[in-house]
Structures are given as structure tokens and as C-alpha cells.
Design a protein around this ligand. Structure first.
Ligand code: CTP
Length: 414
């Protein structure tokens, strides 16, 4: 799995820097091509000569010409583009804080912030430093950037204290990398269509009906699908989010526009995920001019509404058997029963059930607590970041795809 993979090991100032030597050796033994970048603090613990000898490549120590880098001032970009992945192990509290805040003031952090490949961070520090609130906050910021945190173990620490903070063992880090590269192949050649965000149904040129959807869950799914090698089309309603790179984004506003875009792309899609919070009703007509207060009745104003098209249901009706169809169900009550009903009604393979009224879940936030509902059962997941939820959803999709390819039918709804 690691054969010919280009991996940068970033080493920062920690007594655990010696474990990075073993990590480098393990990666090399599995056929990876390894380069090393060290902070100055790391060189207090292990010499760069050790790493240069092992990796047979100069170690990136300084941002400025020191005779190590053959190319110009943009050598860090060459490194960042070269790597399939980078793993900072051990990652000190200080490097984690820099990364979370975009501070790039040494060779290691300039490479890490310019990296196109996957970034892994394996923290190592004393137990009290590990429990310091800023460190926790910085780790969760990095997670929200899509960085994979490899958690430290618990045990004897160099200080003599006992607790959480020991760098994960080199073989555990290798397993994380292997799992990532296995995942990154899982959707190669597949076309994934995702709907995300809210829709807006105009009342007049300045007013609309919409909902609180931020689009974060759908964007996290798009990024995860991209990282697994899929060709991704993201049909997105209006959101404040940055467009994910490497994803084909089709921006829409209304439910009708979203339905048309989905119709264009759904035939060619292998996997269709409807995470959008589509408005269920739209004004029968949108006024051409801004509506005036005086047009309102004395006590109330009624806006006639018509139902929008149920996009997912339409896809369910026309889907091919080999396509995988995933819907969401955001509910304030009867979560699982409603999700099971939607699974059947919309002819889905999987419904991601999402409680709307629970802390840490639902619209806008970074986390979600979802239950995956399938014909053959349900699986409740703990509170996870939306990106972690996306990983779990694609793992479930992988399993469903395997079941399908083995000809086992879990869906008998027609
Ligand atoms: N959906 C859709 N088009 C709509 C409404 C919903 O494609 N017009 C999709 C959503 O993207 C989601 C699923 O259907 O994947 C369920 O959406 P939800 O709003 O939970 O349920 P509804 O079908 O709208 O039913 P209800 O409002 O009665 O719960």
C-alpha cells in the first residue's frame, strides 16, 4: 500500500524525535520514498545526518539557501507538490499552534501549509501540555482543515509523569498512512454527485424562503470523495463556504435549479448523495417588484406556496440498480422511524439520520452525531467532526458497493 508513495516526515522538538527514525525506517521498508524536514528544535534531539543517511536525501532544515536545495527560493513548493502525504511526528504543541494559525516561519511549516497531499499530525508532549485548552482547540482547528490527527497514547512520559501524550508508535502511524492510501484508491474512476447547502425560493427580488443549512456536511463529503480519487460534482445551493479544490461545483439557488442540475449529472453518477436541505415549498409566484408593507393586510399577509420537486425521490424513481443512492433525514422527532420511512419511500441504499435539536449536531456547526440507516440495520455513530462523518459515510458506501458487486440484494423496493 505504501509502495512508491512519496511521504515527507516532519520532525519537531520532542524527546520522541527518536521514534521518527524508526518511523522513517518502517516507511522505507514498505517501499515509500521518504524525505525529512526538521525544525531547529528537533535537531537538538536527533541529528539531521541520521535522517539524511536513512532517507538518502538532504533534510529540509532551513527556509533559506543552505546548500541543501538545488532549486530556487520556491523549493518548499517543489517539496509540497512532490509529496502524496506528510506526517508530522512528533508534532510539538508549538508546531501544532503554528499550523492551526497559518504561521509558516520554518522549513517544516512552509512545506506543511503549501502541501497538496494529505497531512497527518501525531502530537507528542507531556500530559498537562496535551490537556491545555489551546492545544485542544488547535487540534480541532486542524481537524476542521481536513488534517488527520493521530492521537497519542497513554503511559509513562519522559518527565516521569504518567498520562496521555506519548507519540503514537511508528507501526500505528504506518497503519494510519496505509489506511489513508487504501481509502484514497477506493473511489478511483467513480463519479460522485453530491447536493449540498440550502435552496432559496424567492418571494420578491429581495426576499426568499430558505433554511439554516450551512452546506458544511455536503462540502465535507465532496472533499472526502475527492480524496478517495473520485470525480466529484457538487451541486451547491448558496453557502458562505470556500469552494473545495479539485471538485466540479455547480452553483444553484432554487430547488428547481438544483433539480435541473441533478438531472443533468445523475445518469453518469455511480454514487449520488443528497445532503442538501432543499426547501419543500416555494412561493407560487415571485413578485417582480419588491413587495411594499402597504400591500400587506392589517394583521397578516399570506404567501401562497407550492411544493417543490422532491429531487431525491425523483432520482430514486429513475435510478439504475448499480447506482448507490444516499439521502439525509434531518428530524426533530422520531429520527430513526422517519429515516427508515425515507429509505423506502426514496429508494435509497442509505439514509444518514441527523437529529436537528441536539447539541453539537445539525445546521452550521463543525460536528454531527448521525445514525446510518440501511435496509439491513442501523449504526449509531458518536459525535464526530463533519469530515469524520464523511469518512464513516464513505466507509458504509464502500461496504454497500461490495455487497452489491457480490450480487447480494439488500434493496427490494420497487
Ligand atoms: N430532498 C430532496 N428534495 C426535496 C426535499 C428533500 O432531494 N425537495 C432530499 C434531501 O436532500 C434529503 C432527503 O430528501 O436527502 C430528506 O430530506 P428531508 O428534508 O429530511 O425530508 P423531506 O423528504 O423533505 O420530508 P419531511 O420534510 O416530511 O421530513
Amino acid at each position: 500500500m505504501l509502495e512508491s508513495k512519496k511521504i515527507i516526515v516532519g520532525v519537531t522538538g520532542s524527546i520522541a524525535a527518536y521514534k521518527a527514525v524508526y518511523l522513517t525506517r518502517e516507511l522505507l521498508q514498505r517501499g515509500a520514498i521518504v524525505r525529512i524536514s526538521m525544525t531547529e528544535a528537533a535537531t537538538q534531539f536527533v541529528t539531521s545526518l541520521t535522517f539524511a543517511s536513512l532517507s538518502k536525501h538532504p533534510v529540509a532544515l532551513s527556509m533559506y539557501p543552505d546548500g541543501t536545495h538545488e532549486s530556487s527560493g520556491s523549493w518548499h513548493i517543489d517539496w509540497a507538490l512532490w509529496a502524496d502525504a506528510m506526517v508530522i511526528a512528533p508534532a510539538s504543541a508549538s508546531t501544532i499552534a503554528k499550523m492551526a494559525n497559518g504561521i509558516s516561519d520554518n522549513a517544516l511549516t512552509v512545506i506543511a501549509t503549501a502541501l497538496r497531499g494529505k497531512l497527518f499530525v501525531a502530537p507528542a508532549m507531556d500530559v498537562d501540555m496535551y490537556n491545555y485548552p489551546a492545544l485542544k482547540r488547535n487540534l480541532s482547528t486542524l481537524r476542521s482543515f481536513g488534517v488527520e490527527i493521530i492521537p497519542p497514547g497513554t503511559g509513562d512520559l519522559a518527565s516521569g509523569l504518567v498520562g496521555e501524550g506519548r507519540l503514537a508508535e511508528p507501526d500505528e502511524i504506518v497503519e494510519e498512512l496505509k489506511a489513508y492510501f487504501a481509502r484514497s484508491l477506493s473511489l478511483r474512476g467513480k463519479h460522485v454527485l453530491i447536493t449540498a447547502g440550502p435552496t432559496r425560493e424567492p418571494i420578491d427580488p429581495v426576499r426568499y424562503i430558505s433554511n439554516h443549512s450551512s452546506g458544511k456536511m455536503g462540502y465535507a463529503l465532496a472533499e472526502e470523495a475527492r480524496d478517495r480519487g473520485a470525480h466529484v460534482t457538487l451541486v451547491s445551493g448558496p453557502t458562505a463556504l470556500e469552494l473545495p479544490s479539485g471538485v466540479h461545483v455547480v452553483s444553484v439557488v432554487t430547488a428547481e435549479e438544483m433539480a435541473s442540475a441533478v438531472e443533468v449529472y445523475c445518469q453518469g453518477a455511480d454514487i449520488i448523495i443528497a445532503s442538501a436541505a432543499v426547501a419543500d415549498f416555494a412561493p407560487v409566484a415571485s413578485a417582480e417588484q419588491k413587495m411594499k408593507r402597504r400591500q400587506m393586510g392589517a394583521d397578516e399577509m399570506l404567501i401562497p406556496l407550492k411544493p417543490t420537486q422532491d429531487i431525491l425521490k425523483a432520482v430514486g424513481r429513475s435510478r439504475r440498480d448499480e447506482q448507490l443512492l444516499v439521502g439525509f433525514a434531518l428530524e426533530t422527532d422520531n429520527l430513526i422511524e422517519s429515516a427508515q420511512a425515507k429509505l423506502i419511500e426514496k429508494k435509497c441504499d442509505l439514509i444518514v439520520a441527523n437529529p436537528a435539536a441536539e447539541e453539537g449536531t445539525g445546521f452550521g456547526g463543525e460536528t454531527n452525531r448521525v445514525t446510518l440507516v440501511q435496509a439491513d440495520g442501523k449504526r449509531e455513530l458518536p459525535l464526530l467532526t463533519k469530515r469524520e462523518c464523511a469518512v464513516e459515510i464513505f466507509e458504509a458506501i464502500d461496504r454497500l458497493a461490495q455487497t452489491k458487486s457480490q450480487g447480494v440484494k439488500t434493496r427490494h423496493i420497487n
